[in-house]
Write a new protein. Structure first.
Length: 455
């Protein structure tokens, strides 16, 4: 009898423990405290136009009960989403545990005023906590409604620019502008704030006319504010026609044998005919080098560094001009054509090369077909290039003054003889250097426009 009583007691205790365990599990499940998760993307700081936002909400335990999304501005509270999810299955196991949707906030449609607006997201789950209301998660984000574009206007009036040449426009923007400049079709030339003594919002923008420009290009000033609003402004810019020469270059086997050792780093183990190797250098490597030059535009100084007419290599003859269309022939057959984007100057071998103007060294190294090369930043998008050098006498980030010796002429790279390949870039675009050697051109096209900043 004692054993039966003990067994019964043990079973009763086990039953009670099981019941208590179940009750504890039930209560923990029903009254769980884990809040729903909220994800919003993107979350804009500014609202300039209709903005699409993706909302993802999750609750992996009791499931989602409801979600409310609203926009509040002043005394107005505008509901964007107000959705309730059904309770389905035992403990809502078949209910909604993840919900994804997209919604839009359109300042125009919602009639939002300029200024601050708050985005609110409230999500509840099916927990019995908080008196049965469930766990609540909230997400709040401050935004600024700004649908008014910045103002921009040209200050300088007449702009006559040669095809392949340079120009300067002086313009003014409103204070909310954070980025501005000039577009020629899809090519962008950034503008830079003018000197402190000029009027508020005054900018300068150096630009170039691509040598391959088509007729009637779209040219306009452009400005953008923090919210992404943008404005355009036309200004008078006339492109003068410019003719460029055609130059025939004969490639000989002797020349190929002369240059190949220098390009062993690029050709490596490439097999094939010598002329195929030459075309790889003249085309593929040339494109890679052009990309290097173009990317240097990101290293420019926002203030003007240069002053006065630019210097030319002393006692040097012009061997090739800017814009020359070079046709390459091998054994009487035309094999390639390229455009010469600088001026070749030849003097005595290993002649001193002076800095064309005051600036800062942003490149000083070997550069493919251009051989040993130095690039000087002159500020506000202007840069000068010196190639085929036999040696480099400056270091990266070094400040140089106009006339300071930066290296010596040579025949490194794809050069047939000792000379200097000199170039000028405007925001990564090569332009005709001859203009910058001409004091009269600088006075008429640059200095007279810069004088407008002091009025």
């Amino acid at each position: 009898m004692g054993k039966k009583r003990n067994t019964g007691l043990i079973l009763a205790i086990i039953s009670i423990l099981v019941a208590l365990g179940f009750l504890s599990w039930f209560l923990i499940t029903i009254f769980e405290s884990e809040k729903p998760q909220i994800q919003l993307a993107p979350i804009p700081k500014f609202l300039a136009d209709k903005q699409d936002i993706t909302l993802i909400i999750t609750d992996m335990k009791r499931g989602l009960r409801s979600v409310k999304v609203s926009v509040k501005q002043g005394n107005r509270n505008i509901t964007i989403i107000n959705k309730t999810f059904p309770f389905e299955g035992l403990f809502n196991r078949e209910g909604t545990h993840r919900f994804e949707t997209k919604f839009s906030i359109d300042p125009s449609t919602l009639n939002l005023a300029q200024g601050r607006v708050d985005l609110h997201v409230h999500v509840w789950d099916y927990s019995r906590r908080s008196g049965g209301d469930g766990n609540l998660s909230t997400s709040e984000h401050k935004m600024i409604v700004d649908t008014i574009p910045p103002a921009i206007r040209a200050v300088s009036r007449l702009h006559y620019v040669n095809r392949g040449g340079s120009g300067l426009v002086v313009y003014q923007t409103s204070s909310d502008s954070v980025k501005s400049g000039l577009f020629i079709n899809d090519y962008f030339f950034p503008g830079f704030p003018a000197a402190e003594e000029s009027q508020e919002g005054m900018h300068v923008c150096y630009f170039g006319i691509p040598i391959d420009i088509k007729r009637n290009p779209e040219i306009y000033l452009w400005a953008e504010d923090k919210a992404g609003n943008s404005s355009k402004a036309k200004f008078y810019c006339r492109i003068r026609k410019k003719r460029f020469r055609t130059d025939k270059i004969k490639i000989t086997d002797r020349f190929l044998k002369q240059i190949f050792p220098y390009f062993s780093f690029y050709l490596k183990e490439d097999a094939g005919e010598d002329i195929v190797k030459f075309l790889k250098i003249n085309q593929d490597l040339r494109r890679e080098n052009a990309e290097v030059f173009y990317n240097l535009r990101t290293k420019i100084c926002p203030t003007r560094l240069w002053d006065g007419v630019w210097l030319r290599l002393k006692n040097a003859a012009n061997m090739a001009r800017f814009g020359d269309k070079r046709e390459y022939y091998y054994k009487g057959k035309k094999i390639d054509e390229q455009v010469h984007m600088g001026v070749d100057l030849a003097s005595l071998a290993n002649s001193d090369v002076p800095a064309a103007n005051t600036g800062r060294v942003i490149f000083a190294d070997r550069l493919g077909i251009y051989g040993l090369t130095v690039v000087l930043d002159h500020g506000q998008g202007l840069a000068s290039t010196y190639s085929h050098l036999s040696n480099i006498g400056v270091q990266l980030d070094q400040d140089v003054t106009k006339g300071e010796i930066i290296g010596s002429t040579g025949q490194t790279g794809l050069a047939g003889g000792d000379h200097l390949h000199f170039g000028v870039m405007v925001s990564g675009l090569f332009v005709n250097p001859i203009e910058w050697w001409d004091n009269h051109w600088i006075q008429d096209n640059i200095m007279k426009k810069l004088a407008l900043l002091k009025r």
